[in-house]
Design a protein around this ligand. Structure first.
Ligand code: TYD
Length: 207
């Protein structure tokens, strides 16, 4: 029996913007609607991708190496998990995707945008998420939230405030260029209010 193609949802934002708890709520909500949902993350999502994640989060490296490894992990994620799941009618919910490479490597670190475009064209020339939630928060508030978790910061989380300002601005710029795909959510509000906005947007997704 052929099934309808599934939907691809992604969550984005600077570190500490609070996407994790919202992802859990969305997955629970969709499963409650009887949908088959695959929850994943980037970098990661596959055994090889998780090994690359370890390197990316903890090993110093050249910026272009970093961008290519992000896309290498993504190519594996698409081939092994995202594309088969969508083809089988499942919904895929990913904590980050290519918008993160644009925001962090192009915006945050200064990668040439043309190189990002070339990698994106190579790795997923046609596919984009059906809907992306961008959790927007000022970096000072995000840093305070991260400090409150008590977890040891990774290579990205140790970056300066100015880095996260650039990442935030690059995310917002990308959202302005794809307004029908990327929904900007004010992440400074109460978690319950944010959850309502997220669930309302899901209801609006065309069937
Ligand atoms: P994150 O998704 O925030 O996971 P956790 O909540 O477990 O810390 O961490 C992944 C980090 O990788 C985050 O700081 C953003 C960074 N990143 C990039 O720089 N580029 C990318 O393309 C992706 C997917 C992530």
């Amino acid at each position: 029996m052929s099934e309808a193609r599934g939907r691809f949802l992604t969550f984005e934002g600077i570190d500490g913007a609070g996407k994790s708890s919202q992802i859990a709520a969305v997955v629970e909500h969709l499963r409650g609607r009887g949908l088959s949902v695959v929850q994943s993350r980037e970098p990661g999502g596959t055994p090889l991708g998780e090994k690359l994640r370890e390197l990316l989060l903890h090993e110093a490296m050249n910026l272009e190496t970093e961008a290519m490894l992000m896309f290498a992990a993504r190519r594996e994620h698409l081939a092994a998990l995202i594309e088969p799941a969508l083809a089988a009618g499942q919904w895929v919910v990913s904590d980050r995707f290519s918008d993160a490479t644009y925001a962090y490597q192009v915006g945050g670190r200064g990668l040439d945008a043309a190189k990002f475009d070339a990698l994106e064209q190579w790795v997923h020339p046609r596919l984009q998420p059906d809907l992306t939630f961008l959790f927007d928060l000022d970096p000072a508030t995000a840093a305070a939230r991260l400090a409150g978790t008590g977890q040891a910061p990774d290579r990205f989380e140790r970056e300066q405030r100015s880095f996260f300002e650039r990442v935030r601005n690059a995310y917002l710029e990308r959202a302005r260029r794809a307004p029908s795909r990327i929904l900007v959510i004010d992440a400074s509000g109460a978690p319950e209010a944010i959850r309502e906005q997220v669930l309302a947007a899901l209801q609006r997704l065309p069937a």
